[in-house]
Design a protein around this ligand. Structure first.
Ligand code: NDP
Length: 321
């Protein structure tokens, strides 16, 4: 398909990216079907919800058969490294097995109907976490060091396997991306919520782990646009989606306090050894030259813009709460 107005199916539609992607697709005249989290509330406006168990292969096959999607975006996941250590079994089920199930259903429905189905799978830079190369590209060896990374690595490879069998399946190798919709269990949102509460005089401490850890942080709506462009590319492939710049958690904290107008930020920040994670072997920075060349994709917001958008949103939440 060459443009707008087909049928799209989005798993994880009630997550950060799922909501942005659903809005983008509705705005571009797609009929959007979504699988929400079993724990979520309402689906985004304009989305037809399907309470399908992504671990039930018959249910997933029936869903794909019923919806007859042109585009499938597989975003549902246990999406944090910390959560994956707490529950590696669920992580493997959701992040690896559901991906295999969905890809297999799409290939079968495509073969049965003769209508092309394009799949974009949310892969992650965490599949490269033990590789040692920096910056990473699509050619970096897959070497995960967490249950999250390992389960996503299986999903990533399954996508390549089904591509070889004739499905137009693409891995979006996503680096960290943030927004005011990021859940508080992620460090960026934990920081911006706390900074807003400190600025409002409601909180006096922000407890973090290692402030020197660096991440390549992008803007979630930009990453969703990249996934959409992959779906229209006309060929299954793997694409790194990243900004190419790494910033430390300390830089994020300092920038966030500055935007909130709070000076002497160090007096509010404490380090807790319980929050320390094993030292990163690899500085996670992505080289998105391929996405730039083939998809004409590039980030629209800088690191400073992203911190500002998140702090301003949380200050506004403080004001109205
Ligand atoms: P979110 O956690 O916000 O969204 C993922 C959604 O999947 C959540 O709503 C989650 O629900 C849901 N989910 C989990 N298990 C199931 C299930 N069995 N059935 C249906 N839904 C389920 O993550 P993001 O939107 O930030 O990320 C989207 C994708 O991109 C994920 O696959 C993530 O791993 C990947 N990614 C994200 C990065 C980022 O920085 N944001 C970086 C790299 C990859 P609940 O929260 O209730 O469990």
């Amino acid at each position: 398909m060459s443009g707008d107005g087909g049928t799209a199916l989005v798993t994880g539609v009630t997550g950060q990216d799922g909501r942005y992607l659903a809005e983008l697709l509705v705005d571009r005249d797609y009929q959007v079907h979504g699988v929400p989290s079993p724990r979520a509330g309402a689906v985004p406006a304009g989305v037809t919800p399907h309470t399908t168990d992504l671990l039930d292969s018959d249910a997933v096959a029936a869903l794909v058969q019923k919806v007859q999607p042109d585009l499938v975006f597989h975003l549902a996941a246990v999406s944090s490294v910390a959560a994956s250590w707490a529950d590696p079994t669920s992580t493997a089920r959701v992040n690896a097995l559901s991906t295999a199930t969905l890809l297999d259903s799409c290939l079968r429905v495509q073969d049965g109907s003769g209508r092309k189905i394009t799949v974009v799978n949310a892969s992650t830079c965490e599949i490269f976490a033990g590789a040692g190369d920096s910056p990473q590209t699509e050619a970096t060896p897959v070497q995960p060091i967490s249950p999250y990374g390992a389960a996503k690595a299986m999903g990533h490879m399954m996508c390549q396997v089904y591509r070889a069998k004739g499905l137009e399946a693409t891995n979006a190798i996503l680096y960290n991306h943030e927004s005011p919709r990021r859940p508080e269990r992620f460090v960026t949102r934990k920081i911006t919520k706390a900074v807003a509460a400190i600025a409002a005089g409601r909180q006096d401490r922000l407890v973090l782990g290692d402030l020197s850890i660096k991440r390549d942080w992008g803007w979630a709506p930009d990453y969703v646009e990249a996934m959409y462009r992959m779906a229209l590319h006309g060929k299954g492939d793997d694409f790194v989606v990243a900004t190419g710049a790494a910033h430390s958690i300390a830089e994020f904290v300092e920038a966030a306090f500055a935007i909130a107008g709070v000076s002497q930020w160090r007096q509010y920040v404490e380090s807790d050894d319980a929050l320390l994670r094993p030292a990163d072997r690899t500085v996670m920075v992505g080289d998105a030259a391929k996405a730039s060349a083939l998809l004409d994709w590039r980030p629209s917001l800088t690191f400073a813009d992203i911190v500002e958008a998140m702090v301003v949103s949380d200050l506004e939440q403080e004001r109205i709460s």
